[in-house]
Design a protein around this ligand. Structure first.
Ligand code: GH3
Ligand code: MG
Ligand code: MG
Ligand code: MG
Length: 291
């Protein structure tokens, strides 16, 4: 659980850190100033604690509850005293909870634990909606949505965007020879390898059957070729195992295309280009990367 504490009071920060050191994995601390919001954005915390002690806190509070990617994060306020006017005014903001000073360790911990439960629930729920249950890759619909956003970004900022499609070579034979369960196991391990081979920003989705796509934002043709070639090689060298523990080998074919934001292509056109490249990779002998 990542916790972000905004406060300008050293003593308070010390007290809170002492309270939380065994319970919270990552504790980010920031003073309350013009850069607080940027720091929150950068650390993408699970929970925010705001030491509500200055007039400027209202400004920060407003920014947090208005930012699309921050408004969902549970926010716990620390109030100096039980002041009716302040609490009434706070009811207009969607804050998660507050504690009033002086507070006990168990009080703040209880609220943080409650907030973490909600965060965990939301994460599970989102993953249920957006991910393929077998492999953990994104579902096609979610990936297309992300692709739409990335293409718009690319059109605006002329940043390259690579789309790759890959498909297991002769996968039917794996199913036919070792059974569907072993086939599933291969798929799971393959996507695990894919996640380990890709940069942080990459999105991996299941396009259909044993065909997957990888979206690489900010990645030009040469960089993409290196990344994908190294992934292809990793798969080729990997030992997969059947349910009975027999060692088997698999290879994949990859087709990719890079969009630079100037061609004005639609999602369909970009997918088609990657798909044609994948087809060429299959036609020209499999186990290769084709642009
Ligand atoms: P190639 O792609 O090299 O042309 O040959 P292939 O044998 O892999 O042919 P194709 O891509 O057409 O075959 C896809 C096979 O993948 C058929 C289908 O049974 C299998 N498959 C698709 N989804 C799953 C899955 O979720 N689990 C398992 N075990 N098999 C799957
Ligand atoms: Mg095929
Ligand atoms: Mg295949
Ligand atoms: Mg296929």
């Amino acid at each position: 659980m990542n916790l972000f504490v905004c406060s300008n009071r050293e003593k308070f920060i010390k007290k809170l850190s002492d309270f939380l050191k065994e319970e919270v994995k990552n504790l980010f601390v920031s003073p309350i100033d013009d850069e607080t919001i940027d720091r929150i954005y950068k650390s993408q915390p699970d929970i925010i604690i705001l030491d509500f002690c200055l007039r400027t806190c209202w400004k920060l509070l407003k920014k947090i509850v208005q930012a699309p990617s921050l408004r969902e994060i549970p926010l716990i306020l620390i109030l100096r005293r039980k002041d009716e006017k302040t609490i009434e005014k706070l009811c207009n903001y969607e804050i998660f909870d507050y504690v009033i000073e002086p507070f006990l360790k168990c009080e703040i911990l209880m609220k943080i634990n409650k907030a973490s439960e909600i965060v965990e629930f939301k994460k599970d729920f989102n993953s249920l909606l957006t991910k393929d249950p077998l492999t953990g890759a994104y579902q096609r619909g979610f990936l297309l949505e992300k692709m739409h956003e990335e293409i718009q970004w690319c059109n605006l900022y002329k940043e390259p965007l690579t789309l790759a499609m890959f498909d297991i070579d002769f996968f039917k034979k794996v199913n036919d020879t070792y059974g569907h369960q072993t086939g599933d196991k291969v798929l799971i391990e393959l996507i695990h390898l894919a996640h380990n081979s890709m940069p942080e920003r990459a999105l991996i989705g299941r396009y259909g059957g044993e065909e997957f796509c990888i979206l690489l934002p900010g990645t030009d043709e040469n960089t993409a070729r290196e990344i994908l070639e190294s992934f292809r090689e990793k798969v080729e060298k990997n030992d997969f195992y059947t349910f009975k523990g027999e060692r088997i080998k698999n290879t994949i074919s990859i087709g990719f295309t890079t969009y630079y934001g100037e061609e004005g292509y639609s999602i369909d056109e970009i997918i088609q280009k990657a798909d044609i490249a994948l087809y060429k990779a299959k036609q020209s002998g499999r186990n290769r990367v084709i642009f």
